[in-house]
Ligand binder design. Structure first.
Ligand code: HEM
Length: 399
């Protein structure tokens, strides 16, 4: 239900459905093969659960308790993710140690220094399609921009982008479909092998890039395992581009569907920061988050047992009338915008400053270069992917 095509198209209907009930906590019989789960969707609850250390991330708390009824296929995939420790899949103290490993490269100051290069990439991508008068935002702009940026930061050769695009596609499109498990496992395996050999090369020839600094941290002490370094690189590559693709795509669609606001933004680029925040709220890539109850607890009078899944519906929280004025409307000048698109608490998105900068440059450049930007198909023809994100297959535009 969470990712049905209807709900992808119209999130307010899902939220309305949830809010029609007085129950702040819903019970789902099954959450993607992991057994029964709780769903929280009110803004305060979502924020509280994301911040509260009683709700943990490490899947071992789910798999080892014998309480979950996960199917063998899902269990095998869970085991695979448990065996890939990085900051987003673990809890303190490991989380603190692994986040520190990568955080130096993502400070707002480091990110601001990337501005001229990101601008250059955006210009080049749009110049390449200018003469043809049309493009697919996903293929020609939203995908290549962040992948180039994160690859250059990490020190990944440009020629390899195509390979990890395929792997990422297989992994994110199929994780929710048990029949595709073999494909997912083999894509993950190839991805890991690729990173392993990349690390070998970097060890021989270190450069001024993030991967070289991770290897240095690994070699300098016994604080990290090789597996942790590999999984961290994998996380940075995937987290560093997948979501931003959808921010750029969904944001462009929202602008085209609100021509007045597109015009306003084109005329006043100082609105870019608040426009990006509104895109993250109104059409943010991440629909929901997941935690596991680390202990037995009572939530809104319900007994939540240790090891049970708790899903937080970020997309629904973004439509809450008491938190957002005229919540169902897209408003690029919105002032109060406490959205949860980057999460909350200790796992708050490490790449948020980068994603924001990429978004602001991507929209600013698109509007400046293409004053006639418009959708090239009927809105009903747009297809949302069936994965855990609000993600369009393609977005054909003319200009
Ligand atoms: C974590 C969203 C872009 C790296 C997260 C989380 C969210 C999120 C919701 C929290 C996950 C949780 O609590 O379970 C987004 C969105 C993006 C974006 C919407 C783009 C619009 C990026 C970029 C990077 C990045 C560009 C760059 C590498 C990370 C990392 C974490 C993370 C490393 C894990 C942080 C931790 O667990 O401590 N992101 N992200 N993200 N994100 Fe992003």
């Amino acid at each position: 239900e969470f990712i049905s095509p209807e709900n992808m198209r119209d999130f307010s209907s899902l939220y309305k459905k949830l809010s029609e009930s007085d129950e702040p906590l819903h019970r789902m019989d099954d959450f993607f093969g992991m057994g029964a789960a709780w769903v929280a969707y009110r803004h305060d609850d979502v924020a509280m659960i994301l911040k509260d250390h009683r709700f943990v991330k490490n899947m071992k708390h789910l798999a080892s308790k014998g309480q979950n009824t996960a199917s063998p296929t899902v269990q095998s995939l869970l085991q695979r993710f448990i065996s890939m420790p990085n900051m987003v899949t673990v809890d303190p103290p490991d989380h603190t140690r692994l986040r520190r490993l990568a955080s130096k490269a993502f400070t707002p100051r480091m990110i601001e220094e990337l501005r001229p290069r990101i601008q250059q990439i955006a210009d080049e991508l749009l110049d390449a399609v200018q003469a043809q008068g049309k493009m697919d935002i996903v293929e020609d702009y939203a995908y290549p921009l962040p992948i180039k940026v994160i690859s250059e930061m990490l020190g990944v050769p440009a020629a390899d982008h195509i390979r990890f695009r395929e792997w990422t596609k297989t992994i994110s499109n199929s994780t929710l479909d048990p029949s595709k498990l073999v494909e997912v496992e083999s894509a993950l395996e190839s991805f890991m092998d690729y990173i392993r050999s990349l690390l070998e090369e970097k060890r021989k020839q270190p450069c001024n890039d993030v991967i070289s600094s991770l290897i240095q941290a690994y070699d300098e002490g016994d604080q990290f395992t090789e597996n942790e370094i590999i999984s961290t690189v994998w996380l940075l590559i995937t987290a560093g581009h997948e979501t931003t693709v959808h921010l750029i795509t969904n944001g462009t669609l929202a602008l085209m569907q609100h021509p007045e606001q597109m015009k306003q933004l084109r005329n006043d680029p100082s609105l870019l920061p608040s426009a990006v925040e509104e895109m993250l709220r109104y059409a943010g890539p991440v629909l929901f988050g997941m935690r596991i109850a680390g202990e037995d607890l009572i939530l809104h009078g319900q007994e939540v047992c240790k090891g049970e899944v708790v899903v937080v519906s970020v997309a629904a929280a973004h439509l809450e009338a008491s938190k957002f004025e005229n919540a169902e409307a897209f408003n690029i000048t919105r002032e109060e915008n406490d959205h949860l698109a980057f999460g909350k608490g200790i796992h708050f998105c490490l790449g948020a400053p980068l994603a924001r900068l990429e978004g602001q440059i991507a929209f600013g450049t698109l509007l400046r270069k293409f004053p006639n930007l418009r959708l090239a198909v009927e809105p009903e023809q747009l297809v949302f992917k069936q994965n855990s994100m609000r993600a369009l297959e393609s977005l054909p535009v003319e200009f």
